[in-house]
Design a protein. Structure first.
Length: 344
């Protein structure tokens, strides 16, 4: 029963002794409830919350540096030494240096063919770094037709546009592997290669590069349902204000991404098919459980999620729920399905 003003006045008017006793009783209940809330609070050890969420006030950069163990500059003790492998003979342009007389006594010298030379290898950019090509279709006049004709350029030349394959691949590499912005790529091409283009054209080059790999993507997409083990996860993001989900499917030899406006099991049906016969590793999001139930798919639920939930059950103050934790742990060693039943 909630305490209203009338009840509070009645306790106050009952005298000093009853009032003190009631205050002590309420204070003990507050302590009990506070302790229960602390036990029920989820953290990174018993839930999917990130470890950073456990920190109320993260330490400053100076404090982190002070706590770190200082180490000397250069190579560290017991670390393996790393050396660059020299270029092969077919990769270099050799420059020979010869001597005819001794630098000390000026006597004639004899070449030692069996003694290896001292070698210093260097790398330099070739100038110009790009080759600028101009295809010219000359004009021809036809006296009979009374018009000008131009010879046709090769189809592959017209299809390539301004950027040929190698420089197009370089733009895609700088964007997707080097994580450079379009502005950064534009400055790189202008300052290093002397090529001025707009960001809009670079976007077209990236789109063309993606389209050129479409057949590879389709081939991997067709191979995905036949894989024995597939691990999957998904994360949300927005594109032009619209919500999308990026699904990732990881196999032994390749990783495939699929962007979809849906987070439902329809994506799993579309990618893996209704007759998927492998093992799907995932968390226990509802779409995976529905996919498992509808098509009898073998699922290996993420053990990190299972262990966190078991820890949460073990720490739960309610005895009837607390007892589920050890039971779930026992079932988890056999298979994950009983654990799911217990936690639900």
């Amino acid at each position: 029963m909630c305490m209203d003003e009338a009840i509070a006045k009645r306790i106050y008017n009952s005298g000093e002794g009853p009032t003190i006793a009631k205050l002590i009783e309420l204070d003990s209940k507050v302590d009990e409830l506070t302790a229960r809330i602390a036990k029920l609070s989820k953290n990174s050890t018993n839930s999917s919350k990130p470890p950073s969420s456990d920190i109320v006030k993260p330490p400053s950069r100076a404090e982190r540096r002070r706590d770190q163990k200082k180490r000397k500059k250069g190579g560290q003790l017991n670390h393996p030494k790393w050396q660059r492998l020299p270029f092969g003979p077919d990769e270099v342009v050799p420059i020979e240096y010869t001597m005819t007389s001794c630098p000390h006594c000026f006597s004639p010298l004899q070449r030692l063919p069996d003694e290896p030379p001292r070698i210093l290898q260097q790398v330099e950019l070739v100038n110009p770094a790009v080759e600028k090509i101009e295809h010219r279709a000359n004009a021809y006049w036809c006296p009979k037709c009374k018009c000008i004709h131009y010879p046709s350029l090769p189809a592959d030349v017209r299809k390539q546009g301004l950027f040929k394959p190698d420089i197009s691949a370089t733009v895609c590499f700088l964007k997707y592997v080097g994580c450079m912005s379009l502005s950064g790529i534009k400055r790189y091409l202008r300052d290093v290669n002397g090529v001025k283009v707009t960001k809009g054209y670079l976007a077209k080059v990236l789109k063309k590069g993606s389209q050129s790999l479409e057949f590879c993507y389709d081939e991997l997409l067709r191979a995905l349902p036949s894989q024995p083990v597939v691990n999957s996860d998904e994360t949300g993001h927005k594109e032009n204000g619209k919500s999308f989900w990026t699904w990732v499917f990881r196999c032994n030899l390749f990783v495939l991404f699929k962007i979809s406006p849906s987070r439902s099991s329809d994506v799993l049906i579309d990618v893996l098919g209704k007759e998927f016969n492998g093992v799907l590793g995932c968390d226990y999001f509802s779409a995976y459980r529905k996919f498992m139930t509808d098509f009898d798919v073998r699922i290996q639920f993420c053990l990190a999620h299972l262990i966190r939930d078991v820890k949460f059950l073990v720490d739960f103050p309610d005895a009837s729920v607390n007892a589920t934790g050890p039971r779930s742990w026992t079932h988890c060693a056999i298979c994950s399905i009983p654990f799911m039943t217990a936690t639900q």
